[in-house]
Design a protein around this ligand. Structure first.
Ligand code: AMP
Length: 502
């Protein structure tokens, strides 16, 4: 089982099918992409790289991304994609930890990076020289062989290298067709978020389906550019974290931009508040599907389908919209006690996952692997509850729970309510030490531009919707929230700020 096989079969059966675009420019058809990939594989093998060796990608989004991913797999190597926004020191740490042999970089990142063997800039002559050998036959890989070392984004602690096999990613790709979206060969996936993370893994189902791949010419996320591509390329799908969805919706609303060039927007990676998704559907139409996954079971834990999101007549539609949907087809999901015993419907516990998309462990970290994988289940570190219909609602990561006066308060619940108050753009709720209560609830609130926040009104909205003890005892009105490279709010930073200036 080699992931590159899915590319080869399309290239053989339908060689002229368009494969890869940079902006509106066609870079390769499927035959061209497979040819580049197989030649790159020759260069790897000629240089002495062995199946199982790791090569790193420290690149902003670029068409070469797909060549390097599939070229590595074709040669039997594993890839280590790293976020281009990482500090050089963080990137070096990952490169060393992964024992990567080569690193591919774009000209704007990676200067000073010390790869054990070679650093190759994908816009340079050294890169082009790698394609001079004849194409190599595809290396045989076993299903459990390493394909992708996925360094977790590190909202806490040092990143860990999630080991994902060919089988993990193959199952992930196939599950997409059942639980997320049927892909038609006329469809296109646009890489608007970093390909090192959420967005890049969408290449796998879209190569399987022989669809088009579009790397924005800017290599970054610019809503105006994405709308333009939707217009010119058409049938565009994308993965977007909630912050990116918000920016798309803002753009559509501000410019009255047409949305019919978009097919599907898959959102996930962080909480999407009910008010935000309702607005997104109002403005952009029924194009949304939610997934809940994590690096350790990429893209695949639960999904909330387009039909479920659109079923507004359902008596529990509001709860469903605030949930992350139901277990995807290839996995089992359980809500459990800390020792893994299943909890009954409605009870909050840790979310466990079992199935073929679940990693085999963390690279060179047996302790962390043993803690995360027990009795065949992945302990996600996320808290949640299942309802009687199998819908899972997240209740924050276990460490995010605020315990105030002995009561557990889940920040997500308070955040959902605060977002209902007029003039609130974003919120993040954390706990702060308090001598009387143990912890108290503190809300960081970002106003919409041109709005002033009245904290009495925030209080009133809370009292209207949630128990009095969950209401924030303090508010901090701020211009923005600290976020990591993927747009996730860094609650650890907020907690630090509270320690420094209580
Ligand atoms: P990562 O491994 O960096 O992709 O982060 C995965 C984490 O993001 C999960 O463990 C969840 O805490 C969070 N997450 C992923 N998808 C969702 C979602 N749909 N809603 C809320 N949080 C999510």
């Amino acid at each position: 089982m080699n992931l590159a096989h899915s590319l080869q079969r399309i290239a053989l059966a339908d060689p002229r099918r368009p494969a890869l675009y940079e902006g509106n420019r066609l870079v390769h058809d499927y035959r061209g992409l497979a040819d580049r990939t197989a030649r790159l594989a020759s260069a790897f093998l000629a240089a002495g790289l062995q199946p199982g060796d790791r090569i790193a990608l420290f690149m902003r989004n670029h068409p070469a991304y797909l060549e390097v991913l599939y070229g590595a797999w074709w040669a039997g190597l594993a890839v280590v994609p790293m976020n281009a926004k990482l500090h050089l020191r963080e990137a070096q740490w990952i490169l060393d930890h992964a024992q990567a042999r080569w690193a591919f970089v774009t000209s704007d990142v990676g200067e000073g990076l010390q790869a054990p063997h070679r650093t190759i800039e994908v816009t340079g002559q050294d890169y082009q020289a790698l394609f001079s050998l004849p194409p190599s036959p595809m290396a045989a890989r076993a299903a459990q062989d390493l394909a992708w070392l996925f360094y977790t984004s590190g909202t806490t602690g040092k990143p860990k290298g999630v080991m994902l096999s060919h089988r993990n990613l193959m199952t992930m790709g196939l599950t997409y067709f059942v639980d997320v979206d049927a892909i038609d060969l006329r469809d296109a996936i646009v890489y608007a978020a970093p390909m090192s993370h959420g967005a890049g893994i969408y290449a796998i189902p879209h190569v399987m389906a022989g669809a088009r791949h579009v790397v924005p010419a800017s290599g970054a996320f610019d809503p105006a550019e994405i709308f333009k591509l939707a217009r010119t390329i058409g049938r565009l799908s994308m993965f977007a974290a909630p912050t990116i969805v918000k920016r798309l919706v803002d753009h559509a609303q501000a410019c009255g931009a047409a949305c019919d060039g978009f097919k599907t927007i898959v959102y996930g990676g962080a909480p999407m508040y009910a008010a935000d998704i309702e607005r997104a559907i109002r403005v952009m139409g029924p194009r949304f599907v939610q997934i809940y996954g994590q690096g350790e079971s990429p893209m695949v834990i639960t999904a909330l389908s387009r039909a479920q999101i659109g079923d507004t007549a359902h008596p529990r539609h509001a709860q469903r919209l605030a949930s992350v949907g139901v277990a995807q087809t290839s996995v089992e999901v359980r809500v459990a006690t800390p020792d893994g015993a299943p909890l009954s419907t409605g009870k909050i516990g840790e979310i466990l996952v079992r199935g073929d998309t679940v990693m085999s462990g963390y690279w060179r970290d047996p302790d962390a692997s043993a803690a995360a994988l027990r009795d065949g289940w992945l302990f996600t570190g996320d808290m949640g509850s299942l309802d009687e219909d199998g819908f899972l609602t997240l209740k924050d990561r276990s460490k995010d729970v605020i315990i105030s006066g002995g009561s557990n308060i889940y920040p997500r619940e308070v955040e959902e309510v605060l977002l209902l108050a007029p003039g609130v753009a974003e919120v993040a709720v954390v706990g702060a030490f308090d001598p009387e209560w143990g912890e108290i609830v503190v809300a960081f609130v970002v106003p919409r531009s041109g709005h002033a926040i009245d904290t009495a009104q925030l209080d009133a909205v809370c009292l209207e919707h949630i128990a009095r003890f969950k209401r924030p005892k303090r508010y901090r009105i701020v211009e923005s929230l600290p976020k990591n490279n993927y747009g996730k709010v860094l609650k650890t930073v907020l907690r630090e700020q509270l320690k420094e200036t209580p």
